[in-house]
Design a protein around this ligand. Structure first.
Ligand code: UDX
Ligand code: ADP
Length: 471
């Protein structure tokens, strides 16, 4: 068969994955026209905004978009035109955990993927390579192929590839510029392998050949779930050990360092925390649990489920420690929560530990003062009302105040809780914070961020994840 050369790419979905990924492809491949389409007009308008007020905050992203937008990178709501013109289409739509029906709370809600796939089948009038980019359960590519083949017109051919994205938010652009690996899964047929080669050629414009891994379709789909499950498992393992440290007086940072020095274990992803968040870890593990159960592998399902349960336990344990330390009641007390994003350098709040902590503090009838450097106020209100459906929005607004600086949030507070590891929080003037707080003044460090010894010298009562109260 004739070799395929990709010159026009369409990406369906202008979110945290599709946006940065395809912007970097456009930057690195000036000979390829990249159009990112999305049904959400506001999102597309923000991507196209004159002052580059992009819909997502990601260090380095604005610079990439400034260089490529209007040259060979375009954002549009015209999904059909994008599909028609492209030779390769990334499907990068959202795949949240199902809220109702079979597999509710575990399985992925694939209806956005299905709608996008049906749209491709309905409007394509030439052959396409269709690439699943969203994280999906194993064998989704098979369903996409069935839908496309059953609905194709004019003898259009559709070759399906799986090309999961491994970028982490906050470091997305550097991850995309220098990926550890690019993974492409295809059917091992002549056509499948040719499609795989065509996509590999796109990445070869900036990724060294040896980092482009080509595998079977199912291995690729499972590898994405496996990678996220194993990363999350490391965090839950270290968080489980943090509970032992708190009870025994050991120090989790010292333990993590000693363990991570073993080259077989390695030092990364061993930072104890108030719990992992983000759109991927919990969702992907629950996907794996659901998959294991549907394959009649209950022991495998229970094994992975425990990683998520440990994470829930860690969040619960932390908020309980706050209440216990504040003399068993926080009713009417002012608590400052620093950080609302699920990690530093992003405005994303999906599954953020902060949401759980604030929900727990509100349940104890505390007055919570929240500050985050990047998250929009509207987003915070949306997350909190969703997390506390039993409370009217006015009640939540009476108990929660949004602040425009860390100092403002901490003023007159009885306790400061650090929930996100923003660099800005390492630069706080703690002497001033102390002077403005009620006494005794407490600090709870859920991110191992502050110099506990220094804070104690100032006069704070300090509690740190993974350390006993003697610190
Ligand atoms: C993750 C994967 O890293 C990425 O490869 C995949 O494509 C998507 O999911 P992301 O969720 O964006 O990326 O961020 P990540 O850096 O993995 O952090 C996830 C959560 O774990 C955050 O809440 C972070 O604060 C927490 N974390 C991370 C820890 O608590 N300790 C650590 O040592 C590392
Ligand atoms: P992710 O973090 O996986 O990128 P997001 O929720 O940030 O997920 O982005 C997914 C995007 O996909 C959203 O902006 C949503 O509007 C868009 N989307 C979902 N379904 C379709 C569709 N059928 N056609 C075009 N865009 C879609």
């Amino acid at each position: 068969m004739a070799p395929i050369k990709v010159t026009k790419i369409c990406c369906i979905g202008a979110g945290y994955v599709g946006g940065p990924t395809c912007a970097v492809i456009a930057l690195r491949c000036p000979h390829i026209t990249v159009t990112i389409v999305d049904l959400n007009q506001d999102r597309v308008d923000a991507w196209n905004s004159e002052d580059f007020k992009l819909p997502i905050y990601e260090p380095g992203l604005e610079d990439v978009v400034r260089q490529a937008r209007g040259r060979n990178l375009f954002f549009s709501t015209d999904v059909d035109k994008g599909i028609k013109e492209a030779d390769l289409i990334f499907v990068s739509v959202n795949t949240p955990t199902k809220k109702t029906g079979v597999g509710a709370g575990f399985g992925a809600d694939l209806h956005y993927v299905e709608l996008a796939t049906r749209r491709i089948a309905a409007v394509a009038d030439s052959s396409k390579i269709v690439v699943e980019k969203s994280t999906v359960p194993c064998r989704t590519a098979e369903s996409m192929r069935t839908i496309l083949e059953a609905n194709s017109k004019n003898h259009c051919r559709f070759d399906i590839l799986s090309n999961p994205e491994f970028l982490a938010e906050g470091t997305a652009i550097s991850d995309l510029f220098k990926p550890d690996r690019v993974l492409i899964g295809s059917l091992q047929t002549e056509e499948g392998l040719e499609a795989c080669r065509a996509l590999a050629d796109v990445y070869a414009n900036w990724v060294p050949q040896e980092r482009i891994l080509t595998v079977g379709l199912w291995s690729s789909e499972l590898s994405k779930l496996a990678a996220n499950a194993m990363l999350a498992q490391r965090i839950s393992s270290i968080n489980a050990l943090s509970a032992i440290c708190e009870a025994t007086g050991a120090n989790i940072d010292e333990v993590a360092h000693a363990v991570g020095c073993d080259s077989r274990v390695g030092p990364k992803f061993l930072k104890a925390s108030v719990g992992f968040g983000g759109s991927c870890f919990q969702k992907d593990i629950l996907n794996l649990v659901y998959l294991s159960e549907s394959l009649h592998l209950p022991e495998v399902a229970a094994y992975w489920r425990q990683v998520v349960e440990m994470n829930e336990y860690q969040k619960r344990r932390f908020s309980k420690r706050v209440v216990d330390t504040l003399f068993n009641t926080i009713t009417g007390k002012r608590i400052a929560v620093l950080g609302f994003a699920f990690k530093a350098d992003t405005g994303d709040t999906r599954e953020s530990a902060s949401i759980t902590l604030i929900r727990d503090f509100v349940a104890e009838r505390a007055n919570v003062h929240v500050y985050d450097p990047k998250v929009e106020e509207e987003q915070i209100w949306m997350d909190l009302t969703e997390a506390m459906p039993q409370l009217p929005a006015e009640t939540i607004k009476k108990q929660v105040t949004l602040c425009s600086s860390a100092l403002e949030a901490c003023k007159d507070a009885e306790a400061v809780v650090i929930a996100t590891e923003w660099k800005e929080f390492t630069l706080i003037d703690w002497e001033t914070v102390y002077a403005n707080m009620k006494k005794p003044a407490f600090v709870f460090d859920g991110r191992l961020l502050v110099d506990a010894k220094k804070l104690k010298e100032i006069g704070f009562k300090v509690t740190v994840i993974g350390r006993g109260n003697g610190l």
